[in-house]
Design a protein around this ligand. Structure first.
Ligand code: ADP
Ligand code: TYD
Length: 213
């Protein structure tokens, strides 16, 4: 059995189909088996209000949603999740694992949609009450691989945007890695699920101390 000395907030990022959700699941299973107090959230969503906002955001019928509406809804979803779920968990010595957080807005609405990234950084600060992940795991795959991996699933409004869009998103992620080198760790997502899982574990163990009780 282990416990955390302090709270720790990890976000997972990458283009659609990079393998984030798989790794979030594996990490939370591992942390649970170590009896670490773990909270898993996803974005957009993770709170009743935010899950309702998610339904609007991913609805294929809203193909004419303006990109500003999209950016503001992403921020609204994040704001509610942060205030009611993430901040209270941070106060309770928890490990928080988020399947996407602020960087998704910088990559998708910034890189993908072309909204000014500096402005989005300010929007994120407002939405998150200045909370930032302690560590961000960016799983990098090329666009072909991401598209291939999620071929079997039905695409939602954002996933239907295709190759060019995903490429812009990926390029923006690669810029973010350079912009925030202390926080973001890049993992080569073209490896096997097991290899990726091992590298992620090592990156986390370099930063947190799981004390034996
Ligand atoms: P995301 O949450 O990033 O969209 P998922 O974790 O849902 O991605 O993975 C998308 C698909 O790719 C799933 O079918 C999953 O089983 C598969 N997958 C995940 N990781 C790998 C990997 N390292 N190699 C091959 N396929 C993978
Ligand atoms: P989801 O089905 O959760 O995709 P994934 O499994 O790839 O995470 O859908 C979330 C979609 O919303 C995804 O295409 C990324 C997009 N998104 C943004 O455009 N901006 C954001 O700030 C967030 C959090 C997600």
């Amino acid at each position: 059995m282990s416990f955390l000395k302090n709270s720790f907030f990890i976000s997972f990022e990458g283009i659609d189909g990079c393998g984030k959700s798989t790794q979030v699941r594996l990490l939370s299973e591992k942390m649970n088996s170590e009896s670490v107090n773990t909270l898993v959230v996803r974005e957009p969503g993770g709170h009743a209000i935010s899950e309702d906002i998610r339904k609007i955001l991913l609805n294929n019928e809203y193909f004419n949603m303006s990109i500003r509406t999209e950016a503001l809804l992403m921020a609204s979803s994040r704001s509610q999740l942060t205030k009611d779920i993430i901040i209270p968990a941070l106060k309770k010595r928890s490990l928080i694992i988020a399947d996407r957080y602020s960087d998704s807005t910088l990559a998708y609405q910034g890189g993908g949609r072309g909204i000014d990234v500096k402005w989005l950084i300010s929007l994120n600060k407002f939405a998150t009450y200045n909370i930032e992940p302690d560590l961000t795991i960016y799983i990098d795959v090329d666009v072909e691989e991401g598209l291939m991996r999620r071929k079997i699933k039905n695409s939602d409004r954002l996933e239907s945007l295709g190759y060019e869009f995903q490429e812009k998103v990926r390029n923006q992620y690669l810029k973010l890695v350079k912009l925030f080198p202390e926080r973001i760790v890049t993992i080569n997502g073209m490896q096997s699920t097991e290899e990726i899982c091992k590298e992620i574990w090592e990156a986390i163990m370099n930063r947190i101390n799981l004390n034996e009780r």
